[in-house]
Design a protein around this ligand. Structure first.
Ligand SMILES: Nc1ncnc2c1ncn2[C@@H]1O[C@H](COP(=O)(O)OP(=O)(O)OP(=O)(O)O)[C@@H](O)[C@H]1O
Length: 364
């Protein structure tokens, strides 16, 4: 008989208001054992409140929380935070300054002394801090302290790790390395993880699954690949990178743009649509005496524009155009250094397979 395990964490229809403001608005999600789910969204969208509700330090107005299929919290039942088997790691992870590294890691451990010592050694090795057990926190760098905090949170083998912006206090140069170490340790330990972040790069790097949150709601959930390549709406696309928006009116399932006609099936006749494209999916070609490249099935009809500004950004350059067709502005990202002078006429082509079409958004 095949039995499927229940999710490690399952929250259903969680609602929480502060005064008249609903900051968590009907949030449901689940995390399987061994899976890292990132709750991603802008500041103030309700991510931390959701995490605090799961941890048990905040009480929801309605909705349920199950861990391994067991109800731990609804409006009647409430297992206290310490009874939930949850590990916590926050930005200010505050190690105990008067305790050694080993005693910090051993803090939540029970069992006999030898078993505790073995677990401490095992974790210090996993976070590459073997031999640091007798040091005190003030003798460690920020990154090392962060790894001790990770070891401490994982030591009691929590069923679920809740992490709230755990890397945001770290130096930029350290961050990527520590993210990778943390992810490797979390995977080795088989922990189910819910990680809150406002940084798309962090979510893309760490997550098996991203839950994109906005105004208290989860607007899209899926693998990083799916969330990036099939955004639910324009704001979801724009959360991961700058985007260009080409506006038009759909007539007979076709919308006329500077790049010729686009198929826009499913949009109301006469309805405004937005064709959204990331800057790296626009291609630039040279002007050949007023002519551009030939149209292709993939890139459609090229459109002529005049360079307004070109900026070198390190890994890529951003070139801003004013389009001859309608005076609209578009930005193309090109790898390396390509800095055409303002006023230069060039041609743009658009990767049609990378465009997203949405009904028009109200203009601010
Ligand atoms: N105890 C509280 N009382 C009143 N309002 C609160 C309380 N806690 C949070 N809020 C408000 O709820 C909203 C959501 O806060 P929350 O911390 O969950 O957002 P967030 O997405 O985690 O943002 P950030 O990344 O900035 O922490 C914010 O507007 C915040 O000011």
């Amino acid at each position: 008989m095949v039995t499927s395990l229940p999710p490690r964490l399952e929250i259903r229809d969680i609602v929480k208001s502060f005064g008249a403001r609903r900051v968590v608005d009907d949030v449901s999600l689940s995390v399987m054992p061994g899976q890292v789910t990132c709750l991603l969204g802008p500041s103030g969208c309700g991510k931390s409140t959701t995490l605090r509700i799961i941890a048990g330090v905040e009480m929801q107005d309605s909705g349920t929380i199950h861990l391994d299929g067991r109800l731990v919290c609804d409006t009647v039942t409430r297992v206290p935070p310490e009874g939930r088997g949850i590990g916590l790691m926050f930005q200010d992870f505050a190690l105990f300054p008067h305790l050694t590294v080993a005693r910090n890691v051993a803090f939540g451990l029970t069992g006999d002394r030898a078993a505790r010592a073995r677990r401490v050694d095992e974790l210090l090795e996993k976070v590459n801090l073997s031999g640091y057990g007798d040091k005190h926190p003030h003798q460690l760098s920020g990154g090392e302290q962060q790894r001790v905090a990770l070891a401490r949170a994982l030591a009691p083998r929590p069923r679920l790790m809740l992490m709230d912006e755990p890397f945001s206090g770290l130096d930029n140069r350290l961050r990527d390395g520590i993210r990778d170490t943390t992810l490797a340790v979390l995977k080795e330990e088989g922990a189910a993880v819910l990680l809150v972040t406002h940084e798309p790069d962090e979510a893309m790097r760490m997550a098996d699954e991203i839950a994109l949150m906005r105004d208290g709601r989860i607007v899209q959930q899926g693998s990083p690949y799916n969330v990036y390549t099939r955004p639910a709406d324009r704001a979801a696309a724009a959360f991961f990178s700058d985007v260009n928006v080409i506006r038009g009116v759909s007539r007979g399932a076709l919308t006329l743009t500077p790049f010729g006609e686009f198929l826009t099936p499913g949009h109301a006749d006469g309805g405004e649509v937005e064709i959204v494209i990331r800057p790296q999916h626009l291609k630039i070609d040279f002007d050949r005496a007023g002519r551009g490249p030939h149209p292709t099935p993939m890139d459609g009809t090229p459109a002529r524009g005049t360079v307004q500004r070109a900026r070198f950004m390190g890994r890529e350059s951003l070139v801003e155009f004013v389009m001859d067709y309608d005076g609209s502005t578009l930005t193309a990202a090109v790898p390396g250094v390509f800095l055409p002078k303002p006023g230069t006429a060039l041609w743009l082509m658009i990767r049609r397979d990378r465009c997203f079409v949405f009904p028009a958004h109200r203009r601010a």
